[in-house]
Design a protein around this ligand. Structure first.
Ligand code: ADP
Length: 213
């Protein structure tokens, strides 16, 4: 199963990717998480990416394409994977096509702008493993502590209202055209982001014809 999750920042791609990869036993490739880890480790890629991310801009396509090529070549990806946060531009989608990858489906998680702004202010991520939470909708079992690894939960620097607005603008101009790109290829499955993460997971599995999972 090769799956792409599309959706505005805050639509719940990361949360759903984490749930789906456990259910389907395939890895999730999240470019956002890979970039944040690179920044934390101070690698050359991280240094290059940091200013773009902090400004709410996209990291250049060639950097992303390099990261994804390398990641998809690893053994754990041979049985399929979920892409979270990539492709984010037509150029990235074309690079995946050129690499000869045949996706089974592209799930677009739909959400209103108002809801995005509300959710982003409550979003917290694990500093250590990248898992995402929301103080209202998806709280951890213990406040401030990651359920998965016990790491510290922090607010992302690019989740401030001004940066979120910039990211939404970038989403509309750069990423939204991918909805049509994949619709034309017959791969698009649109799903409404629900109030709870379980309802959203259920809607995605239904859209994929995998309700029993
Ligand atoms: P969100 O969870 O809000 O969708 P991500 O964690 O996926 O955000 O990404 C955070 C930031 O990392 C983006 O705003 C962007 O700067 C950078 N980034 C992540 N993936 C990509 C990509 N595929 N292309 C360009 N930039 C990316």
């Amino acid at each position: 199963m090769k799956l792409i999750l599309l959706g505005a920042p805050g639509a719940g791609k990361g949360t759903q990717a984490e749930i789906l990869c456990k259910k389907l036993s395939i890895p999730t490739i999240s470019t956002g998480n890979i970039l944040r880890a690179a920044i934390k480790e101070g690698t050359p890629t991280g240094l290059k990416a940091k200013s773009f991310i902090d400004a709410g801009a996209l990291v250049p396509d060639e950097v992303i394409i390099g990261i994804v090529d390398e990641r998809l070549a690893r053994d754990d990806c041979q049985g399929g994977y979920i892409l979270d946060g990539v492709p984010r531009t037509i150029a990235q989608a074309e690079a995946l096509e050129k690499a000869g990858i045949a996706f089974d489906a592209v799930v677009s998680i739909e959400i209103s702008e108002e809801e995005i702004l509300r959710r982003m202010s409550g979003r917290r991520v694990c500093e250590a493993c990248g898992s995402s939470y929301n103080v209202e909708a998806v709280p951890p079992r213990v406040e401030g502590v990651c359920d998965n690894c016990g790491g510290k939960l922090i607010q992302r620097k690019d989740d401030t209202p001004e940066t979120v607005r910039e990211r939404l603008k970038v989403y509309h101009t750069e990423t939204e055209p991918l909805v049509d790109f994949y619709r034309r290829r017959g791969l698009l499955r649109s799903v409404q982001s629900a109030d709870t993460k379980d309802e959203t997971t259920w809607a995605i599995l239904k859209a994929l014809g995998m309700e029993g999972k």
